[in-house]
Design a protein around this ligand. Structure first.
Ligand SMILES: Nc1ncnc2c1ncn2[C@@H]1O[C@H](COP(=O)(O)OP(=O)(O)O)[C@@H](O)[C@H]1O
Ligand SMILES: [Mg+2]
Length: 118
C-alpha cells in the first residue's frame, strides 16, 4: 500500500457469530502491521467482543465507555504488543448488547447508560 495515500478502511462483517470475523480481523491487522503499515483495529462487537483477548491484552475501557461519554476515543485506544492499535469492543454488558440503531448513532456526549435506565 502506498504510505502517502489516504487511510484505507477494511470492514469485516457477517450476520452470524462464530464464523471467524475476529480471527480474520486480528490476523489481517497483525500481518499488515508487520508489513510496515500503521494499523488500528476497531472491534465493533458490542456483545461479546474478544479481539483484545486474541491480541493478548487487557483493556480497562472499551467502546461502551466512549459511547456513554465517560471516555474519549483517545482514552480507550490501546497499543497492543503486536503494535496494532485497538479500540476494544464491549463484552458482557446487557445494555450494550441490546443497543438500538438510534442510540448507536447518538453523539458520545449523550450518556447512554443514563438514557437507557431512565
Ligand atoms: N479458519 C478457521 N478454522 C478453524 N477454526 C476457526 C477458524 N476461524 C475461526 N475459528 C474458530 O472459530 C471460533 C469463532 O471465531 P471468531 O473469529 O471468534 O468468530 P466471530 O468473530 O465471527 O464470532 C473461534 O473458536 C476460532 O478459534
Ligand atoms: Mg468476534
Amino acid at each position: 500500500m502506498n504510505k502517502l495515500s489516504r487511510t484505507q478502511v477494511i470492514g469485516i462483517a457477517s450476520g452470524k457469530g462464530g464464523v471467524g470475523k475476529t480471527t480474520v480481523s486480528v490476523n489481517l491487522a497483525v500481518a499488515l502491521q508487520l508489513m510496515g503499515e500503521r494499523v488500528m483495529l476497531l472491534d465493533a462487537d458490542l456483545g461479546l467482543a474478544n479481539a483484545q483477548i486474541a491480541l493478548g491484552c487487557r483493556c480497562d475501557y472499551n467502546l461502551s465507555h466512549f459511547l456513554s461519554g465517560e471516555k474519549t476515543l483517545q482514552e480507550i485506544v490501546i497499543t497492543t504488543r503486536a503494535g496494532v492499535r485497538l479500540v476494544p469492543g464491549a463484552s458482557g454488558m446487557q445494555e450494550m448488547a441490546a443497543i438500538g440503531e438510534l442510540q448507536a448513532l447518538c453523539k458520545p456526549s449523550v450518556n447512554l447508560k443514563t438514557t437507557l435506565t431512565t
